[in-house]
Design a protein around this ligand. Structure first.
Ligand code: PEP
Length: 257
């Protein structure tokens, strides 16, 4: 039987957390991650003010950390913005770009997401580029067109050497925070489509994460799919037992079957 790819599981805390509860969560995740097989990598993307706390509590652990957005600018008079270099200052290695909540509530378009990806790469961060369709787009049969345009806008701005350094997360918008995950077949189908785009760019080994109501109950089935290299986990990343159970599910399918 073929060996599965290594898996990556990243928590997206969104706008949740307070210092005291974060400390308990980060310590539990760091402790649990130490028991995971080498074939599973783990990360958490926290609100900007908690990057220092993540650094203090996760440094030296198996858990990487980072932010949920980055400015398109490198520095200057951009009140409220956070530059990639600032994120790096706190030892981060990850940053989410193009999350659907940013695309929807902050009107971030494909071009802006592509520029943010470039800024992240220039600073040495691994951008987790999110793509995904709405329910209306899926029902109208526009799913491939939508995610194709989203990924192409980013890949068009990158060299092949840069493209191999990104992570892509397929997050169908109808599955985010709704409790209604895509089935493993639905997710695999889009992942295979995205993989073709990456192959064409010479970036076939880019990890393709699935996001959208990943939980302990569905994680293993999703992660068994050949083009699902792990998960971007929202709600369940706030509960250490659930998050670690998802990481363990990744571990269970990332060894020789
Ligand atoms: C997300 O925020 O990226 C996400 C996938 O959320 P949830 O797991 O809660 O659906």
């Amino acid at each position: 039987m073929p060996k599965q790819r290594a898996k990556l599981v990243v928590g997206n805390w969104k706008m949740h957390g307070r210092l005291a509860e974060n400390a308990a969560l980060l310590e539990a995740v760091a402790q649990g991650a130490a028991e995971l097989p080498e074939s599973v990598r783990v990360g958490v993307c926290v609100p900007f003010p908690y990057l220092a706390q993540a650094q203090a509590l996760l440094a030296g652990s198996r858990v990487a950390w980072g932010a949920q957005d980055v400015s398109e600018h490198t520095q200057g008079a951009y009140t409220g913005e956070v530059a990639a270099a600032m994120i790096v200052d706190f030892g981060s290695s990850l940053v989410v770009v193009g999350h659907s909540e940013r695309r929807t509530y902050h009107h971030e378009g494909a071009e802006l997401v592509a520029v943010k990806t470039q800024r992240a790469l220039e600073a040495g961060l691994t951008p987790i580029v999110c793509v995904g369709e709405t329910l209306e787009q899926r029902e109208a049969g526009e799913m491939h067109q939508v995610v194709g345009e989203q990924i192409d806008a980013v890949l068009a701005k990158l060299s092949a050497q840069e493209a191999v350094r990104i992570v892509v997360a397929y997050e169908p918008i109808w599955a985010i925070g709704t409790g209604k995950s895509a089935t493993s077949q639905q997710a695999q189908e889009v992942h295979a489509f995205l993989r073709e785009r990456l192959v064409a760019k010479g970036a076939q080994d880019v990890p393709l994460l699935y996001g959208g109501s990943v939980k302990p109950e569905n994680a293993e089935e999703l992660f068994r799919e050949p083009d699902i290299d792990g998960g971007l986990v929202g709600g369940a990343s706030l509960k250490y037992k659930d998050f670690l159970a998802i990481c363990e599910a990744a571990g269970a399918v990332s060894v020789t079957q």
